[in-house]
Structures are given as C-alpha cells and as structure tokens.
Ligand binder design. Sequence first.
Ligand SMILES: Cc1cc2nc3c(=O)[nH]c(=O)nc-3n(C[C@H](O)[C@H](O)[C@H](O)COP(=O)(O)OP(=O)(O)OC[C@H]3O[C@@H](n4cnc5c(N)ncnc54)[C@H](O)[C@@H]3O)c2cc1C
Length: 557
Amino acid sequence: MTQLQNLYQFDVLVVGAGAAGLYTALCLPSKLKVGLITKNTVALSASDWAQGGIAAAIAPEDSPLLHIEDTIKAGAGLCDEAAVEFLAKLAPSCIQSLVNMGVAFDRRDNQLALTLEAAHSRHRVLHAADTTGREVITTLTAQVLHHPNIQVIPQTLALNLWLEPQTGSCQGISVVYQDRVIWIRAKAVILATGGGGQVFAHTTNPVVSTGDGVAIAHRAGATLRDLEFVQFHPTALTVPGANSFLISEAVRGEGAHLVDDTGRRFAFDYHPQGELAPRDIVSRAIYSHLQSTPNPATANVWLDLRPIPPEKIHRRFPNIIQVCQRWGIDVFSQPIPVAPAAHYWMGGIVTDLMNRTSIPGLYAVGETASTGVHGANRLASNSLLECIVFGAQMATLQVEEEAIKNDSGLIEPLSFTLSESNLLFQQTKLEEIRQELPRLVWQSAGICREEKVLESAIAQIEMWQQEFANLPLSQFILNLPPARAASFGLKETHQQLWLWGETRNLLDIADLILKSALFRTESRGGHYRQDYPQTEPHWQAHTLVKQDKLWKSQLEK
Ligand SMILES: Cc1cc2nc3c(=O)[nH]c(=O)nc-3n(C[C@H](O)[C@H](O)[C@H](O)COP(=O)(O)OP(=O)(O)OC[C@H]3O[C@@H](n4cnc5c(N)ncnc54)[C@H](O)[C@@H]3O)c2cc1C
C-alpha cells in the first residue's frame, strides 16, 4: 500500500486514469514527479469501455480536411475550428504513437483496418474488435507502470482544488485517501476525470462518471462551457439489470437495421440517412417513435444484426455477442432490444490548445474539458482521439524549478464523529438524493426538454443542495481549513465519504446542466427544447458559466 507520507507532494498531479489521464501522465516530461490518482481501480473508466474505435484520416481516399469537415458539420455551428483542425491534423501521428506503444488495432491485408461510423464521410475508424478502449487502456496502463516517475494511487477521490489565496492559482487538491481527507500539493493539477453520465437514470457510462472534474473546477471558479449539450446514444441494451450496455454505432455502420415492433426501419421517417443519421437525430427518432406506445418510458425498439454476414459479426463484435448471450439474446437469430441513454457530455471546463483552464496551474484533458472540438454534438470516435491528441500537449509543460513546500499533512488531523442516530439520518438522506436525482434529471433534461419541467427540476435540486449543505458531514468537511487533514470515526467511513463526495458533485452538475438547458432557448446538437424546436441564428453562441454567472458568448462565425 502507498505510504501516506509519499502522497503529499508532486510536481504534477493527474486526476483520472482513463485514456486522457494515462496518456497525459506518459507524455509529461520524465524529470517531473507525477502522481496519478483514480477513485477506482485503473481498470474502470469510460475509456476502457469504448467499443467502436478511434478516428483518424489515414486512408488514401481520406484527408484531415474531410475529417475536419465532418467534425464541424456534426458540431452544429459551435466547434472551435482551430481546435478541430488541430485534432484532425495530429490524429494520424497520435495513432502512430499508440501503435508504437503496442496498441494492436485490427488489420486487414497487413494494413490498419478502418470502419465507417455515423456522420463520417469516409472509412476512418480504427478498432480492436469491439473492445478498442480496453486494448488502448491495457497498453497505456502497462506503460505507466513502467515509468518510475509516475506514482499510481488508486481508490483516491479528489474533492476540492487548493488555491493559493494571494494569486488564486492552483497549488494542489484535497482528496479522500483511505479513511481520511488529506491535501496533496502540486505545481500543476490536471483534471482528467471523464464525463458525468451518472447524473442521468439511463447512461452507458460507468459508475465513476459523476462529473467530478467539472464540479470541482466550478467550485474553484473556473469557466465552464456548453453544459447543456449531452449526447444520447440511440442504442443501449434495455434488458433490466444490463445497465444500458452500449451496442456500438459500428454495428449500424456494418449494416444492422433499427426496427420497430412491426419490423419497419422507422428511422428513415425522420432522416434520409436512416439509422446512420447523427446520434441526436436517431435518439430523438426513437424517442418520438415510442411516444405512441402505452409506456414510452420503458418501451424499446430493436437492433437487427441479421443483415450483417455472421462471419463479420463474429470477427467485429465478439464482446457484444457475449454480453447479449449473457442476457439471453442470440444476435444471430433475434434482434436486440435497445433504447437511448446518456452517453457523452460535450460541455466541460474551458481549455485552450495547451489544456490550460482559466485558473493558473489547473489543466483539463479528455471528456471533462471543453476544448471546442465537439461543438454542440460530438462526431463518433473523436473523443478517444481528443484524449490522446490533447494529452500529448502536456509534453511541453513547464513547472517552476523550486522545491515544493512540505507543509501539508504534518499537523494532527481534525477528527469527526457522529452519533448512531445522526449517522443513520445522514446516510438515508444521501442515499435518497443519490437515487432520486438521476431520475429527475433524466425526466427533465433528457432527450427532450421544456421550460416548465426544467424550472421545477431546478427548484428540487436547489432544495436538495440546501439539505445536503446542512448535513453534519458537509458542515465539517466544507469548513475544513486548507491543508488541514481530517479523520473520521464513522462506520464504513470509506463508503460514507465516497457517497458524500459523489452526491455533492452530482448535485452541482445537475444544477449546471438544468440551468444551462433552461438558458438556451433553441434546439441544437445534443440540446433539444420541445418549446423551442428550431435552431436559431442568434444562438450560434456558447453558454458560459463562472460561479453563479451564466451568459452567452459572442456569436460564432
Ligand atoms: C460505453 C462507451 C463506449 C464508448 N465508445 C467510444 C468509442 O468507441 N470511441 C470514442 O472515441 N469514444 C467512445 N466513448 C467515449 C469515450 O470513451 C470517453 O469520452 C473517453 O474515454 C473519456 O476519457 P477520459 O479519460 O476523459 O475519462 P474516463 O475514461 O471516464 O476516465 C476518468 C477517470 O477519472 C477518474 N475519476 C473521476 N472522478 C474522479 C475523482 N473525483 N477523483 C479521482 N479520480 C476520478 C475515474 O476513476 C477514471 O479513472 C465511449 C464511452 C462509453 C461510456
């Protein structure tokens, strides 16, 4: 087990061990002492679950210019063109770097195999069967473990940034480690905490995706952008207990049909590209199509793989075959029941091409960042790519040479205890919020949104935030002086602190998503308002948030 004394200071602290965190840690100058924390094990992340692949214009008939065009088209007027250009042009060299590290992408005739995904104009998606993310993460993890300058610290939950009072720059972070709150000093902190799908009742994201980076950066006063834009994946498995397991876009790319109960390919009623239209359109098509069923909330449509040659299904989708089999579905003889689920959060912490946020010393990479490459809607397979291309930028990070201060963790920790009855009350309240909140956000800020429903959901969230702030544990942790560690005489301390920390973040991001969704009175990309169904030219602008201010940027060209 990692010794507590070793934890207190690093040159750079990377928070998160998905593709963004691992690749960033590997790219940082090797003379720096790097801490890499993750709240779970290194094996659990959205990156590990990525199936379809990673996009790069490497085919002779393709070019970065076409990749740029497709990305900007999907982004519905809100992409940052410089960021997209940067992403698409660096994609081929980043793929090469992954191959050099040992990532075994599928090959055909000894060339890297490429597949087509929705809204890509060319075959451009590299893959490793249907477990591309696992292949990437396994390789990156092995590399990280061989880097002596990187110390991996699992089961450590980042709580709050630690800002220098005079300059406002980031000097570290507070975390829950074992049964304590401790403070880690670092000259630079890099948030790579991934998305926030768990704020929705139906999501393809793993349990760790609770929007922590966005919530942490927000509380410290960083500027955030476009939090209303959430991509709903059209095809998540709907069998009870299957946790909205994703049935990859690539399945439709290879020829699967999306059909209703009568076997009709209804997606063509909504868009000429049918099931290969952009994700938001296919998700809304399913949503609308199901409204006429007796119980739209639990109804499903079907994904029929039988048009794909069985040999190809075996070769391309072994994991999907296996998971479906586990739920009693034989994809070779019957269609898969599917419905939309929250999948990817386009919004995040505003960053520039060097991953700098608006707080000096704080950086963000991956899904938690808003680099501008996805605009209002992400093009499939561009997100793993974003983790790698932007992570590579950290190779040029410079931090001050001076020795880091060794002041934290040396003072006796403050201790917190609670009577059995108060403990029970607190636990019950936290569990109640944790259960109810995703349902509320799914109903109010899911695929279709509307003013009145959003307003009433915001009122409920604010009430929960107040109740949360009044809990004894909140009162104690929120008033902890900077650099002062804390210990807890609680039953099952670790679980209590985790539940507390994640619930706090989920409340914060729910509030931010709902308020941003209410603010944008139009429909665009991953944000659809039933009461404002049109895309409005005067809304070709970003939603920006900084503390309790929310405003619209200048119009994009
Ligand atoms: C099922 C699924 C399939 C997908 N398929 C594809 C695909 O084919 N192609 C593609 O490009 N994209 C795909 N995506 C999206 C893509 O996987 C993610 O956008 C991307 O992997 C995000 O990487 P990340 O490193 O930013 O975050 P993640 O991979 O989610 O990693 C986040 C890390 O941060 C840690 N963490 C979070 N909060 C804290 C905290 N408070 N303290 C400490 N650690 C913390 C987590 O434990 C985890 O280690 C898919 C997503 C899902 C869910």
